[in-house]
Each structure stands twice: as structure tokens, then as C-alpha cells.
Design a protein around this ligand. Sequence first.
Ligand code: SF4
Ligand code: SF4
Length: 442
Amino acid sequence: MRSPQKMKIIQIDITNACTFNCSNCTRFCGQHKAPFFMDFETFKKAVDSLKDFKGIVGIIGGEPTLHPEFDKFIKYLAEHRPEYRKKTSIKYPVNSLKAYFEKLKYMNGARCGLFSSFGEGYYKHFELIQDTFPYQSLNDHSNINTHQGILIPRKEIGINDEEWLKKRDKCWIQNLWSATITPKGAFYCEIAGSMDMLFNGEGGWEIDNNWWKKEPSEFNDQIHWCENCALALDVPSIPATEQTDLISAEMEKRLLEINGWKMREKKYKIFDAKTYNSKDKHKYSPIWYLQENGDNGRVSLINANLTPKHIDIVLLNGKSEHTTISEEQLQNLDFKDFVIVFYNKIDLELVEKMKKCVFNPGFFYDLGKVGVIFNSRAKALENVDNIKFDKNLKNLWPKQKYSKISPKTIGKLNLSQKLNLHMITLFNRINGLCVKFMHNFN
Ligand code: SF4
Ligand code: SF4
């Protein structure tokens, strides 16, 4: 066990609402009766309490972008936890989510992090997210990854105190991942915090400036949560997409009382305690979720979640049956998502390529003689009712959100982007192997 101050990340669980109900979810999505949404006062306290914490403050759920006050929360975070590391904006259209993901999963130097599964909320808050989070842990759950069984108390599988204490103190989640703050206080471990929410526990520590400096010897009032949790043990994993929890027979009774969706729909399996053999590592050793194939499979190559949901087309000089809004509508910002404005000729092939790329809606993309692309939801247009379409239009956007691109690059990575992607992938791979080595070595 570690003190939270030695962790790389401390989480703030702002909601446990999620678009998924993955198997063995660490936030027990699908087991709750109703999701929680942290209130703003608690969030402010949480951010303020971590002022001197040197690592990353992670915003997590559930799916955190589903929080109705996500914008307000994130603006507060950005203001009160300034970043020193340069953020990675999507300056150029991205034609592979994997390329995008690789840029964001480098932790060092980041102070704010987001954990998201790329839903509608992520698309909606895209610009704000890129402006705020240099580190993002993204998992669209479209590829198979596995989640280890959690709700299996060690006493039910007959693990004696001696063996248990050794295993518990080496728990990979607590030793690699995070402490957390939930609406009910601060916790030494994110799973303990989630269990406290699920089982209506006594709540966590007061969210003051020192809670995260506690040492393991001070965890006594919370450590009982470990007794319900099998993450330090060698119980099997289940593909997340099966939406099925592996639980113990006693847990079944407790969860039936809560009567969440997974219990109502019988989305659970009872773990046969007799089959447990802690020496049978080969059979039960949890598949390493974090850094092996699962890591590269966290984000699919298909950009469906983040590619433009709608593209309006305008032609400035001339007429075409392919325009979708008039010049007047353009000037009144009477469109909801992306617009591509062609100067002289509509290029439908370009529009098709655009549909397969990820664009930052906060950017003004200048396509030279061909036209421009922008989004009516851009922060630059927040207080603007109408625009004049001339060469000064781009000045509404800050310089760092102006991007001059050749239309030919839409839908393709150029050589330096490809090289960059390979370098970052290689770096993350080596970093991952080091983490794994250190974990095994410990
Ligand atoms: S994406 Fe899956 S694992 Fe993550 S919070 Fe949602 S249900 Fe849980
Ligand atoms: S056993 Fe479970 S509750 Fe305890 S530290 Fe590990 S993950 Fe957290």
C-alpha cells in the first residue's frame, strides 16, 4: 500500500453514470440503483485540497462527461490547477483515433487528466477537454479488454489472514493506481470509494488539504473495504463487453437487496470458491489489462465517436445543389456543428474525407484557396451572434487555434505525423514494459 502522495494520479469521481455496463466495473456501474452526480461545492473542495499534490488530478466516472455541470467543473479545474506542460491540441485533422490517443497517454508533467470512454459528452465538450487535459486515458470499449472480478470477499474463498495481508498490501490497484474523492469524502483507494457509494458506507475522510498525505498506517478506518474486494487476489477476468459481474454467493444476497440493472437482468455469475487456487497463476492470473495488447486495443481505429456528426456546406461564389445552408445562415451562425465553406467550387470528395477525420471544433481550419472549416460551437464564437465572412474572420480565433492545412492532408497523416506517432508508440511501449517489470519485481 502507498500513501496517496506517492501516487501518480488522484481521482475525483464526479459521477458513476455511464453509457456502458462493463463486466466487473470498478465503479460498479449496473449495480447501483441510481447514479450519483457530485455537487459543485464538493468538487471545488476536492480540487482545492489537492493544490500541492504533484501528480495528476484525474476526472473520472462512470463517464465524467455525462455530468450535467461538466463544463463548469472543468473550467474551475483549469483555473485552479494550471498546467505547465504544453497541451496537445488537434491542430491538424486526425484520421486515426489511435494516433490521437497515443499523443494523450503520456503522463509525465501533466497536472490534469481525464478518463473517458468517448461518448456523446466527449464530442460535445471536445474543445474544452483538449484545452484542459494534457493527459487523457481513453477507452472506447469497442475492442475486447478484460476486467477482473471484484466483489468476492477473501473469507469466502478461504484465504487465511497471513496470506491475505501479504496479498492485500501488494494490491496492484492501490500500488499502481489511485486514491479518490467521491461525494462522500476521500479514500485511500478508488475501489474502496466506489464500494462505499455502492453499499452506503460511512463515507470517507474529510476533504481537507492533508488527507492525501496519510500513510498506510492511517488507513485503518477504511481498510475494511479490502475485505470485500478480490482485486488483490488471482480471480478470473471477464471480457468487459459481456456486461457480467463475477461475484461471490454472499455478495449476491447484498446486491439483490440493492437490485441494480445487472442483478435484475441476471448479468452476473457466482464464482465457485472451491475452484480458487492461488498457486494456479496460469489459470487465474488476471490478464494484464493496462499495458499489453489491451492497451493498444483501448481505442478502435474507427473514428465513429469523434468524427463530425454533421457538416454543413456553403458555396460563396456560385450556386450548387450540394449546399446545405445559405450564406445568410452562415453569417448568422445558424448551424449546429461543422461547416465547410468553399470559395469557388464544392469538392464532395473532400467532404467525404472530412467525415472520416477528427477535427477540433475549437479550431479555424484554413484550406487556402479551397475554403475554410469551423464549428459554430467554438469557444471563439461563444459571445458572437453573427460573423462577417471576410479575410479578418480568422482573427476571432486565438492564434493557437488557427490551422492552415492543405486539403490533401485531410484523411492522411503526413510523414512527420507518422514518425511522431511511431516514436510516441515506442516510448509508451517501453514505459509500459518498465511499469510491468517494476510491478513484477515488487
Ligand atoms: S466504461 Fe465500463 S468500466 Fe468504465 S465506468 Fe463505464 S461501465 Fe465502468
Ligand atoms: S484490495 Fe481492493 S479495496 Fe483494497 S486496496 Fe486493493 S483494490 Fe483497493
